[in-house]
Ligand binder design. Structure first.
Ligand code: PLP
Length: 280
């Protein structure tokens, strides 16, 4: 496990951050995460596009150019112990300053990175989900460090023997605590549109592209809890677990009615992941 903070690298367990880092007081920063195979991070440019967009929306004046960010990330990846798959996490905070809500005038944004060995879940093992009201704010399109509602939702999921929490605002399904959610219904892949209520997931994006590429219709339209419960298949996507199917929500069986199409999409995703992380 390797850690990095503003250019200093060392064993993750020994790394420290200054007390004034605004990530600590306000969650005033953004993050990104992806899986790495053969020391090649998957879909890195998509993650960097989203990173710069999150920074722009939070008005964090992070000056490092994309190629330099890539080089810093690679340095940490290359220093990690051997593993077939690694998990790469990085975050940028607004900087280090005395605690005060408005933006500090003289702080430089900080870059924190860590890499650790990772085991991907088998996509054959279905998720159990728990449903919960989405109590998050309306900046869900920004990958901010403010994750308390997601932390609470995932804790409830674990307490109920579930893998993820599916969130809804009233009847409308938004996403999961740390994943997007899509359904297959009558051969169509449906998922919520990217607005301020969901994170524009990279896995979601690639799944939709793969579906289109293979002639599966895609519908970006909100769906309800009732539609979710009656879907042919339920698919939960994230960078760390790729495309997982769900078998139950609140203990009620869901999906299982279009296994071939689901498996086809999962296989296509895994194939893309493997192809795009070939050793350089
Ligand atoms: N939605 C939320 C709230 C998340 O935190 C995440 C990932 O961390 C996702 C969706 C999935 O996004 P991605 O596929 O880019 O990992």
């Amino acid at each position: 496990n390797v850690g990095y903070y503003n250019g200093t690298m060392g064993p993750l367990e020994e790394m420290t951050v200054p007390m004034g880092d605004r990530a600590l007081y306000f969650g005033d920063g953004i993050y990104e995460a992806t899986c790495v195979a053969n020391r090649v991070p998957f879909a890195l440019d998509d993650h960097l596009d989203r990173m710069y967009n999150s920074l722009r929306l939070l008005e964090i004046p992070f000056k490092m150019e994309r190629d330099q960010v890539k080089a810093e990330l690679q340095k940490v990846i290359d220093a990690a112990e051997d593993s077939p798959i690694h998990f790469l996490y990085w975050q940028i905070s607004r900087g280090v300053a005395m605690r005060n809500h408005p933006f500090p005038t003289d702080a430089e944004p900080t870059l924190l990175i860590y890499v650790k060995p990772h085991t991907m879940k088998s996509m054959d093992k279905p998720y159990k989900l728990i449903s919960m009201e989405d109590i998050r704010f309306k900046l869900c399109n920004i990958k901010t460090l403010n994750l308390i509602p997601s932390v609470l939702a995932n804790q409830r999921a674990v307490e109920h023997g579930c893998d993820e929490a599916v969130l809804h605002r009233g009847s409308r399904v938004t996403e999961c605590a740390h994943s997007n959610i899509s359904i297959l219904k009558d051969g169509v892949l449906q998922t919520a549109p990217t607005d301020e209520l969901i994170l524009p997931g990279i896995t979601r994006k690639h799944l939709l592209a793969l579906a289109k590429e293979h002639g599966i219709s895609v519908l970006e339209k909100p769906f309800s809890m009732v539609e979710l419960m009656n879907a042919d298949e339920v698919i939960v996507t994230s960078s760390s677990a790729l495309c997982m199917k769900a078998e139950s929500i609140d203990g009620i069986p869901v999906g299982g009615k279009d296994p071939q199409r689901l498996k086809f999409l999962q296989d296509a995703y895994l194939e893309k992941f493997q192809r795009e992380t070939q050793p350089k």
